[in-house]
Design a protein around this ligand. Sequence first.
Ligand code: FAD
Length: 393
Amino acid sequence: ARLHVVVIGGGAGGATVARHLARDSGGALDVTLVETNPVYTTCFMSNLYLGGLRSYESLEHGYGAIGAGVTVIHDTATAVDRERKSVTLAGGQSLAYDRLVLAPGIDFVEDAVPGWSLEPHAGIMPHAYKAGPQTQLLKSMVEAMPQGGTFALVAPPDPYRCPPGPYERVSMIATLFKRTNPTAKILIIDPKEGFSKQTLFENAWLKYYDGMIDWIGPDFGGDLVEVRPETMELVIDGEVQKVDACNVIPAQVAGRIAAAAGVTDDSGWAPVAPESLRSKIDEAVFVLGDSALQGDMPKSASAANSQAAVVVRAIRADLLGTKLRNADYANTCWSLLAPDDGVKLGGAYEATPEKIASVHHFISEAHEDAALRKATYEESIGWYDGITADIFG
Ligand code: FAD
């Protein structure tokens, strides 16, 4: 029988693996992609939609161009039997595999923020950290705020998807407020001592949105927050604060199916070999993207896409006997501070015996001129077009 690779999760990591594995193996492997949603909405650039700088439709991608070699099934994987090498889908179907690739992204830790649970509170205080209707809900809530109202964002503890994401989000909502609600206030409630690109963000908040944004770190109770969705209140270190809209981004773990498959550890993430992203728990399973516990790479689409190339080569070597070369990885994370003011950070990584280790790192400088910042923003648009074409065809 032909060898069969099943990929669960058609996002930045999984769709890239499915598409490239089918293409690069020239029809020698059967590749099935299991993805819940018929349309994928990118988290990347979704903050620009919140800021009114991008349309919602521009974030949406279907699977029609993924290539003839990939069988796409729109269903949810509910169980993995690793003994029998089979996956069960919610619709009742079961799929046998020779190799299984898991790229299910993230799920939220229940009760991570006291007072908030996904059901039913995501409808009142959205997370908007899986893009789609949640992102639209957050935008409509922010737009409906009274003049001079307060928007709160509860930031997550490390490690989480897209380290600069919450802070870019605040910058983009501030951009929107500057236009439509200039006396509005933004509170960031943060359990962390510091955050990604902090100097770049803080400089921009002073320059563009002076007095609008307050960051409450753990020294001021940022780690002791409770929310009351029904009354739209926060309790910060015992003090009740009424707000007009609130974005709760809870602590995160690997997408649920990774734990159901038994390939996560106590951290909640799936440990993998640095040179191949092969699960340390099961040789027939690969885990990439946000779900993987791999070392120094941030949880980003850019990282997931880079890891996908390594997974494709590792599976081809494994099943087809092609030659394996050294694994190296790259990542760039872009953030928009204000219209035409873009910054980036990133690096190169390589597999060491212990982990995927950072070997080179770069970050935009604090005092770059406007032309360079505009060029960085334009570069990020090019990156988006390129990576979405690489993922979805
Ligand atoms: P995902 O892309 O989330 O894909 C997982 C897929 O698996 C989903 O489509 C889901 O429906 C599916 N799935 C899950 N479980 C199942 C199941 N059981 N059965 C079937 N299907 C399932 N990254 C960048 O590189 N650059 C950025 O500028 C950037 N900006 C961001 C901004 C925000 C606000 C956020 C929230 C994230 C941002 N990211 C950015 C991060 C990026 O979105 C993620 O790191 C990336 O999507 C991770 O890819 P993944 O393949 O691991 O997971």
